[in-house]
Design a protein around this ligand. Sequence first.
Ligand code: NAD
Length: 419
Amino acid sequence: MSGDEANPFESLQEQIDDAAAYLDVGDDVIDRLKNPERVLELNLSVDMDDGSIERFRAFRSQFNGDRGPYKGGIRYHPGVTRDEVKALSGWMVYKCATVDIPYGGGKGGIVIDPSDHSASELERVTRSFAEELRPLIGEDRDIPAPDVNTGQREMNWIKDTYETLEGTTEPGVVTGKSLEAGGSEGRVEATGRSVMLTAREAFDYLGTDMEGASVAVQGYGNAGHIAAYLIEDLGADIVAVSDSSGAVYAEDGLDARDVKAHKNETGSVSGYPDADEEFSNEDLLTLDVDLLVPAALENAIDADLARDVEADVIVEAANGPLTPDADDVLTESDVHVFPDILANAGGVTVSYFEWVQNRQRFYWSEEKVNEELERHIVSAFDDLTECYEALDVPNFRTAAYVVAIQRVVDAFMDNGNWP
Ligand code: NAD
């Protein structure tokens, strides 16, 4: 990440203010949409393998439930903060509204470095968190999902803890589960797939050819590597990818799947034998490419770095990878940024499909999942560009927020305020 210390919660509030200027909605209603409804803060006490007890700070933020149950991932990272979780929960509200799925937004996090812990310690930490969350979650209340450093394993543990304590079966209490535990086909690829679909639609909208386009991807985890190989499948050249170890580059394009195989084998993209050269992560972000996909963490690009960005188009796979100041710089220099709340919404959209399947106990084929995902993302893209043109907003992010906030406001107005 950059040295910019932008507070993600303040970034979220700024993004809402930017969009509110284009909406005919009172300040009192907008103010409601800038703060979470409820934040739970916990100190979990968990037995370690050596017999000691360790304490972990944990959070769950339920930001807004006007359009449906709270929905959002759980992150395990040493850098998790209360404000980060609040921001991520707010972005979930507007993400779900952007792609028009019937959810509000929530998010959770535990301040933990999972690489310091055994699987059994992580299981106890997760089950302890799930026990504390139990009164607040449920398929009609709040539905957790994976985020950074959590996956199917953690979701299966949360589901099992919840179902055991409740004495029921309720697979829709979490999404992102393994297939055997009630997960959906297509969920693992979903976020990378919506990044690819957004990039495809963006290039089409801007009249640029995807065939032979040069692409750089920062962050080669779940979202980044899948986006890379699906974009490669469209005929683009993935010229550079990076992870926390640094970046690898090949002028004629890397083999995205092969780089991942190398990362699986060695733990990082560095040392990939078919690369022309290796350089720093910052160098990757300032490469002269047709498309840049930030897919690591928040605040990867601050205003200083943004001045050196040479990409024509940015599609955000990560949540909040640009600081608001960076956004302003890029808008001024005509770099087209397609925002996270559309581009990475594939994860939550297929989570929604998983939840629908869980509730119906009727499961879809991967083809049907991918087809429905494409329908949602393309339709959301069209709504966004329509708003961009109709209101003459400065960038696509503001357009997405205008569309999303209006949907949340409409639901709030129709529901009425209580009491
Ligand atoms: P992940 O842990 O699988 O991957 C993160 C990758 O980023 C890793 O390869 C890591 O090495 C790399 N990284 C970390 N710091 C870096 C740095 N400074 N420079 C370059 N690379 C760096 O996580 P993920 O699930 O792929 O999530 C990545 C982002 O996408 C997050 O912002 C997350 O919130 C967002 N996202 C993920 C999903 C999903 O379904 N996985 C859905 C929506 C949004």
